[in-house]
Design a protein around this ligand. Structure first.
Ligand SMILES: Cc1cc2nc3c(=O)[nH]c(=O)nc-3n(C[C@H](O)[C@H](O)[C@H](O)COP(=O)(O)O)c2cc1C
Ligand code: SF4
Length: 368
């Protein structure tokens, strides 16, 4: 068994490794293009930017690559449909759509050549996506960076999703090396998506302090907080997060109504921007729980070389023993118990019965 090329709709992806879209200008043209140039899929973070900024990012990416790239966008944002329409106008290869469920996007992208790839966190949502016309699904487990739809590790989600759908399944959340990728492939995934690993690349153009926070994060520094969007978010416990977890008052400088629904417990847009610009004291540094395992900043080319080599070695080893991976990377994420749930989100569904954790997740994700 080897890491094979992958077909999604009309696209042939040489190396089935996606760079996860990261909002508020964490994944921008230089990173996206570098990933596409290695045969993977680069995704521009399409949340927290205007349509004009997105069009500029797409133009800059095209100047740097002929490879496959797309845009990641959250259903929860106010300009969601404008961003989708811009992606269709610009004919990007793919839209990865997360933080909510949109039926509208399938209509808008139908017969346009833009492949729709929802980000889901259960086999049930993957099945519903396939029924609506998704070209593939990204299945994101509870170890991922950013907003979380579940606390179940992707190691548990892949086998049941594989059994539920025929479309390609991309595994995400907590994957740091080729050993992890090989495990996903042998559990039934067709490809993978990584976030943390690509933040710690030469081409990711965030402030150096952003990468410093990632490099210095220890396992015990990871936590989850209730985002104003209504989801839990995985972040590094930096001074702002500590303050928020202690329920200290967090001032909002200016609200531009960027979200369809916002609890305004803090302004996630301004805090993510602060992080991007290197403000360790005040920024919110979203990161996947396994960030502490990555200890170097590398060029994207070298990241791909290592990932592909390690994956193929581990796949060969798994094949020779006939074993399927059975371990989980660690316990389920520790959901911060001190978090205060804003009143807008009180009507919440209990967590999956499979989970030991009693922290509620949103009942219904926003629908566009
Ligand atoms: C800084 C950061 C920002 C992110 N922003 C988004 C986002 O805007 N939309 C989204 O769907 N996922 C977002 N993610 C999730 C990634 O796209 C990716 O799926 C996830 O990080 C994979 O887990 P890993 O970091 O453990 O590899 C973000 C992740 C990080 C680390
Ligand atoms: S408070 Fe911030 S995150 Fe919330 S809607 Fe306003 S600008 Fe957006």
């Amino acid at each position: 068994m080897r890491l094979n090329e992958l077909k999604i709709g009309g696209l042939t992806i040489k190396v089935p490794i996606f760079q996860g879209g990261m909002s508020v200008k964490v994944s921008t043209a230089p990173l996206v293009a570098a990933v596409a140039n290695e045969g993977g899929v680069g995704l521009i973070g399409g949340t927290g930017i205007s349509v004009a900024e997105l069009e500029d990012q797409i133009r800059r990416t095209r100047e740097l690559t002929n490879g496959i790239f797309g845009v990641n966008v959250m259903v929860a944002i106010d300009n969601f449909l404008d961003i989708v329409k811009a992606c269709v106008r610009e004919k990007v290869h793919m839209i990865a759509v997360g933080a909510g469920f949109s039926r509208e996007i399938f209509k808008l992208c139908h017969n346009t050549g833009v492949e729709v790839v929802p980000i889901v966190s259960s086999a049930k949502a993957a099945k519903m996506s396939e029924k609506l016309g998704a070209n593939a699904v990204i299945v994101e487990g509870g170890d991922a960076g950013g907003h979380l739809g579940t606390n179940i590790p992707v190691w548990d989600l892949i086998p049941e999703t594989r059994a539920a759908v025929k479309i390609p399944v991309i595994a995400a959340g907590g994957l740091v090396d080729g050993g992890d990728i090989a495990e996903m492939i042998s559990l039934g995934a067709d490809g993978v998506q990584l976030g943390n690993r690509f933040v710690l690349s030469d081409e990711c153009d965030v402030h150096p302090n952003f990468k410093k926070v990632f490099l210095e994060a220890r396992e015990e520094d990871m936590t989850t907080i209730r985002s104003p969007v209504g989801y839990l978010g995985s972040a590094v416990k930096t001074p702002f997060v500590e303050k928020f977890l202690k329920n200290e008052f967090v001032k909002i400088t200016q609200c531009t109504n960027c979200l369809k629904v916002c609890s305004r417990s803090f302004c996630i847009l301004e805090r993510l921007k602060m992080a991007r610009d290197g403000d360790i004291e005040n920024g919110l540094f979203f990161a996947g729980r396994n960030v502490y395992k990555i200890k170097d900043i590398l060029p994207v080319k070298e990241i791909f070389r290592r990932l592909v080599e390690e994956t193929n070695e581990k796949l060969a080893a798994l094949e020779s023993t006939g074993e399927l991976p059975s371990h989980k990377p660690h316990e389920k994420p520790d959901l911060a118990s001190s978090e205060k749930i804003p009143s807008q989100f009180r009507k919440l569904r209990k967590n999956s019965p499979r989970s030991q954790d009693k922290t509620p997740l949103p009942k219904e994700t926003p629908v566009a």
